[in-house]
Design a protein around this ligand. Sequence first.
Ligand code: SAH
Ligand code: SF4
Length: 363
Amino acid sequence: MQNLLDLDPAQLTAWFAARGEKPFRATQVLRWIHRFGEADFDAMTDIAKSLREKLKAEAVVVPPAIVSDKLSDDGTRKFLFDVGNGNAVETVFIPEDDRGTLCVSTQAGCALDCSFCSTGKQGFNRNLTVAEIIGQLWQVNKALGRDPKGERIISNVVLMGMGEPLANFENAVAALKLMLDDNCYGLSRRRVTVSTSGLVPVMDRLRDECPVALAVSLHAPNDILRDELVPINQKYPLSELMAACRRYLEKAPRDFVTFEYVMLDGVNDHDYDARELLSLTRHVPCKFNLIPFNPFPGSPYRRSRPERIRRFADILMGVGIVTTTRKTRGDDIDAACGQLAGQVLDKTRRTGRRTVMLEEDKS
Ligand code: SAH
Ligand code: SF4
């Protein structure tokens, strides 16, 4: 059985063609599935009965199941999805005045082991399939419904949940193509953001195959510190990363890169760190997003104090760099950046296989 959620628009058209069906049939089915959130072929009323029977015999529409759904006091909503074999991934919906952002996961766990990240600490389990990535958007769209004007509540998507999207490139791009397609979710490239820890060669592929808005997790102003915080830096150091950002901007839908910078007390938050950042990024049109560190059990860091964060932001803004400080949202339900994790069975670091267990209700 083919899960049609696993196919991007071109692949679905090819799948129909291989069965002697015209491209417009594929478009109709795409619309039913993604625009209207329909999983039942019998409900696709403008499709000939014979084709519906054929689809029922050969295909299914199966998203990952929602196993829990928690609402924070500030409106942030965290969904936990079952992705089989005791694995779970998280998706966070963040409502704001002018938009509704869905933060989507791309891997169960992550292999890159950044020292301040809870997902990294649980190790890598596996890549999510296209159906599991787009299925998060499909399911949450259904759960949230539409606003009074009939518009979707989710206006923006960020691949910033669990995992490194560029380490699951093919599947992440197929999901992005569905997000951008007018017959599916119709999101503009500016409203879809990929966040990467800096897989330089894959940043070039993203630029060539599916340029969307780019966020880069910088977190340190020099290689010595970044090697420690973001170990992939040992492979792709800052000079290469900055060059990749510049290449990306040639085709990016926005004319800047967003640098994410986690604020770790006494580690990377000094005035001289901010000044070194100015020099590092001087040739890259950018904005900064400062993320107060979100602690998790066993984490070795503390969050920088608010006045330190303000001073750090002032130094960046002093030369005209737009700098925002991320509001910590969803604290009460462990939905903040870097806190996303199912429960970990084996906490010993990087020894053998690890399994992300379905999270128990902590409330
Ligand atoms: N793997 C990708 C995307 C997922 S992480 C990446 O690293 O960019 C999303 C963002 O949350 C990244 O900027 C990441 O560095 C940040 N983050 C991870 N752990 C955090 C923590 N404990 N507190 C605050 N931000 C964190
Ligand atoms: Fe992976 Fe991103 Fe966490 Fe680093 S910060 S371990 S790349 S999810």
